[in-house]
Structures are given as C-alpha cells and as structure tokens.
Design a protein around this ligand. Structure first.
Ligand code: SAM
Length: 293
C-alpha cells in the first residue's frame, strides 16, 4: 500500500492563514453534502473569491460549512466577459472555482480559466472529489480498464446518431450524461447504432433514491420508452463484444430473407434483434441489397 504523502500544497498552511494567490479547482458533492472533503471546505472558507455557476446552489453548500462570502458568477453565458477579471484577481489573491455539483470542467465551465491562468503564470491547484461519471462507472458493473466519456449527446436525432456512430468501434466502456425526458429516445438510438450491448442506467448517485438498473440496451430502451425516470442520470454502455455476433454473410442471408416480407427498416430491426448487430448498419446494408435486386 502507498504511504500517505505529506504534501506541501498551499492549503497545508494553518487554517486561519490566507491562501496564497492562484486558482483552486474545487470539487463539490453530487448529492450528499457529506461528500465535501475537509480540504475542499478549508479552501472554500479561505479563498478570497469563489467563482460559481449558480450562486443559489453554492450558497446552500457554503451555508452548510458556515462560510459567508460574495460569489462571482462564472457560467457559459458570461465566462468570456468575466474571465479576464478573475485572471487578474488570482495574481494577487486566491480564487476558487466550483460548479453546481461535482468536478468543475467535467461537462461544466472552467477549462479556459485554467488555460488562461497558466498562460498568465498563476498557480493552479486541484481539490479532487465527486464526479458523476466516475461514480456511475463504479456502480455499473461494466469493464473499467478502458472508458470513454462523452458527456451529453446532442438532442437532435441526426446529430445524436452521428455522435454515437463516431464512437461505435471504440473498444471501451462509454459514459454519457442524460436527463429523464430524453432517456428513452437516447437508449433506443444507442441500441440502433451499437447493437445489443450490456449497459446501466445509474440515477441519483449518493442521494436517497440512488439506483443502478442494468440490462441490455434493448431491454433498457423498452423499460424507459414510455417515461424516463426522475432525477439525474448517467448511462454507461459496455464495450463491443470480442467478435461480431454474426458474420456479414450471415447478416446478408437473414436480411435477404427478411426483405421478402418486410420493408428495409423493419427487416434491419428484425435482423438486429436476432444477431445483436447494429440496426443502423443493417439498414444501410438492407437498402443496398434492395438496390441489387
Ligand atoms: N461536473 C459534474 C460532475 O463532475 O459529474 C457534472 C455536471 S453536468 C452539467 C450534470 C449531469 O451530471 C447531470 O445532468 C447528470 O447527467 C450527471 N449527474 C450529476 N449528479 C448526478 C447524480 N447525483 N447522479 C447521477 N447523475 C448525476
């Protein structure tokens, strides 16, 4: 086991001393306030400026640790305007960056602040902690040796299908953020493009109704087709199988037979179910086969 390391990071100085100037990236809880680390609480109580996404959300957290401090909004809509001022301030005082929940910069604003802070020669320190993507990965029961984080998929159907197709061949577990109302359509799109992989819908992590529902993409798409669940959601999808479930020749034979009875889209759906191959690819092949008639 590794020994715990005595650090000489700036926050090791006595808790009543001011922090050295610089940027402090502070992870905050994703539900359970007990997950705020002592180090994160210490930084937030000593930073001169706290840059936040939504001051109402962060006020609750600061209230919990007894910190009263003016907050500087830093979000997608004002970041370009506010950033130069924050960069200037961190040259002479400590600026902490938090997001509404979890790790800043992960599907949240912040990377340009880090980039510009470095360019200006300021110290940048991270205070790591909760992140929904990583927490979901630990609950999904899917391979963790290689994983690929995609955040939120586009909501428009074509853009979403294109984004999924782009990663279909990657031999890694895939992690997505999603909302309840979009979940059914998203799972159906994943099934269409990736085939019938194992997956998990992980919800409300660290909160009262935390759950991880596991199953194949087709079973999960069916389960959530009518109504998405409430709360915050991460979808985790296992990597493609080692070998294709059926060969291209097998798929062609099945498609040719199905096309005698069904239009191309339905034939592709039927063969996808039978073989586990992606319905999107089968549809393209089915239309090509129809053209060869
Ligand atoms: N920076 C955050 C992090 O480190 O996880 C993510 C911010 S992103 C704007 C918010 C999304 O993260 C939610 O829509 C949801 O998909 C996911 N999320 C956040 N908290 C969650 C929780 N407690 N359980 C499940 N998913 C969560």
């Amino acid at each position: 086991m590794n020994d715990l390391i005595e650090t000489d990071t700036p926050d090791d100085i006595p808790s009543d001393a001011p922090l050295p100037p610089g940027l402090y990236i502070v992870a905050t809880p994703i539900g359970n306030l007990g997950d705020l680390s002592p180090r994160a609480a210490s930084i937030l109580s000593r930073a001169e400026t706290i840059a936040v996404e939504d001051s109402r959300v962060t006020a609750k957290l600061l209230n919990r640790i007894g910190v009263k401090r003016a907050m500087t909004p830093y979000h997608d809509h004002n970041a370009d305007k506010v950033r130069p001022g924050l960069i200037e301030r961190m040259g002479r005082s400590a600026v902490a960056l938090v997001s509404d929940a979890g790790t800043p910069l992960i599907s949240d604003p912040g990377y340009k602040l880090v980039r510009d802070a470095r360019a200006a020669g300021h110290d940048v320190t991270t205070i790591p902690g909760p992140c929904a993507a990583i927490a979901a990965l630990t609950l999904a029961g899917l391979p963790t040796d290689r994983f690929f984080f995609l955040g939120f998929l586009p909501s428009k159907e074509k853009a979403r299908a294109d984004a999924i197709a782009e990663v279909a061949a990657i031999r890694a577990t895939l992690i997505f953020y999603e909302s309840g109302p979009r979940l059914g359509a998203m799972l159906a799109a994943l099934h269409d493009s990736l085939g019938n992989r194992d997956a998990a819908v992980v919800r409300e992590i660290t909160k009262t109704y935390e759950e991880a529902v596991t199953g194949t993409l087709s079973a999960l798409a069916e389960r959530y087709a009518e109504q998405g669940p409430k709360g915050e959601i991460v979808v985790v999808v296992g990597p493609p199988g080692e070998a294709p479930v059926a060969s291209a020749a097998d798929a062609d034979a099945l498609l040719i037979e199905a096309l005698k009875r069904l239009p191309a889209a339905k034939a592709a759906g039927e063969v996808a179910k039978a073989t586990g191959l992606p319905r999107r690819d089968l549809y393209v092949r089915a239309t090509a086969l129809k053209g060869e008639d």
